[in-house]
Design a protein around this ligand. Sequence first.
Ligand code: GTP
Length: 199
Amino acid sequence: MEANIVVMGTESVGKSMTVRLLTRRFIGEYGDISIYSQSSIVDGREVTLNIWDSPYSEDFSVETSPLHKKVQWADGFVLVYSICDRASFNAISRLVQRIKSTKDCLSEDRVPIAIVGNKRDLHHRRTVLSEEGRMLAINANCLFYEASAAENYHSVCSVFNGLVDRMKDAKLTTKKPLRFKGIVKSMSAVFARRRTDSL
Ligand SMILES: Nc1nc2c(ncn2[C@@H]2O[C@H](COP(=O)(O)OP(=O)(O)OP(=O)(O)O)[C@@H](O)[C@H]2O)c(=O)[nH]1
């Protein structure tokens, strides 16, 4: 089984640290997007996650925008904010709304999304309550976690394991595994350009 996951959130919330901690395997860059992959055995089956650590943008304006196409490519979403940064939290509900309206192949309630309040170790600087994150997730039918990419590997693993479960429920993880060339090919199809020179 293979699934595509996009990690989103405003600047400096810990997206890259989260992805690197989980995967420890950087497999390449495509334009301004960094791709990681991680394979693990879940319930006796190999699950490969292609995880894109994407820079922040809210430009979903036209169907040809890179973000719009990225949303179409993804099977699941990890939306990260920092518990010390209210603006990063405010951006999450806008992202959820945009993803759900863009992901037109699924009914809104079936889009697998995990909302993550990161930097839990900085609780003395907290400006977003856990309850606020939880309520946002409940109202949007998303998973909710608080994590510390800096201190707790297991908190990050829980996020991705939970999302894989939800993607299984949505029956979205039935693709054939791709190698890096296959991933680039599938991205090329999405972005309608090729960069084979980077292979
Ligand atoms: N204390 C603490 N610091 C963290 C945590 N996660 C990330 N950081 C720090 O926050 C800063 C930003 O982390 P990144 O992973 O680069 O954040 P990003 O969201 O990828 O940022 P952009 O690339 O700007 O979009 C770095 O200095 C990290 O060390 C965390 O859980 N706790």
